[in-house]
Design a protein around this ligand. Structure first.
Ligand code: SAM
Length: 220
């Protein structure tokens, strides 16, 4: 009942506050043409990620779950000249589309895309650590593993962001038989118990439905 209204409000907010950009528009079009699922963050969320990059003064960003590199491009553009993003994608088709989009945006020197399951590619990133901002947005059942890696690859001050943690409200159901919900629940409960993290989470509604994200700051 509310979904149409949420989308209408998102359009209003994006129209007034999020600059329309031909490259990002083309990226979404390319993703659509290539048959990628429309699981990219919304434009106002992309800008929020960019603002987090700027507010934290991040130089090194890690993203788990590239899809067509829409969020990757938002974050890379917000970095200083010396900044860089490493992004991990398991699906070779998604990765090919993403690489085309990264080149379209002229960001091939700033963004390094690793193709393969993140569980296989994460160990190779120890040499690039610590990251200043880590965006976890891949297969949700593996969120607990990604949190462990995020902690290994972080330093005090690192901001860890986890997307899609509300899942139409399902996250509050301890008996859910959805492995993604259970992955997110374990992720949240691991954050709760981790003394090195200070965290909060927000529910969001909008063009992407009812969902939300976790923000966890490494404190020590
Ligand atoms: N961050 C992207 C954006 O906002 O534009 C959206 C990412 S989409 C929600 C999740 C992506 O994670 C998909 O492209 C999927 O193929 C990828 N993925 C799924 N399992 C993965 C894994 N084990 N390792 C790395 N990537 C994975």
């Amino acid at each position: 009942k509310y979904a149409e209204k949420w989308t209408e409000v998102d359009h209003y907010l994006v129209h007034h506050l999020v600059e329309s950009d031909p490259v990002l528009k083309q990226v979404l079009e390319n993703n659509h043409q290539a048959g990628l699922p429309a699981h990219d963050v919304a434009p106002n969320q992309g800008k929020l990620l960019a603002m987090f990059v700027q507010m934290t003064g991040a130089q090194k960003v890690l993203e788990i779950g590239t899809l067509g590199a829409y969020s990757t491009i938002w974050m890379a553009r917000a970095l200083p000249a010396s900044g860089s993003v490493i992004t991990l994608e398991a699906d070779p088709h998604h990765a090919r589309v993403a690489q085309t989009n990264i080149e379209l945006a002229g960001l091939q020197d700033k963004i390094t895309l690793h193709t393969g399951a993140a569980s296989d590619t994460l160990p190779s990133l120890v040499a690039h650590a610590p990251f200043d901002l880590i965006f976890i947005d891949a297969d949700k059942p593996n969120n607990p593993l990604y949190l462990e890696w995020a902690l290994k690859l972080s330093k005090p001050g690192t901001l860890i962001i986890g997307d899609n943690v509300v899942r139409d409200g399902e996250v509050a159901d301890p008996h859910s038989d959805d492995a993604r919900v259970q992955g997110v629940r374990r992720f949240i409960e691991m954050i709760e118990k981790e003394p090195r993290l200070s965290a909060t989470a927000l529910q969001t509604v909008g063009s992407k439905g009812w969902d939300g994200f976790v923000l966890a700051r490494v404190t020590g």
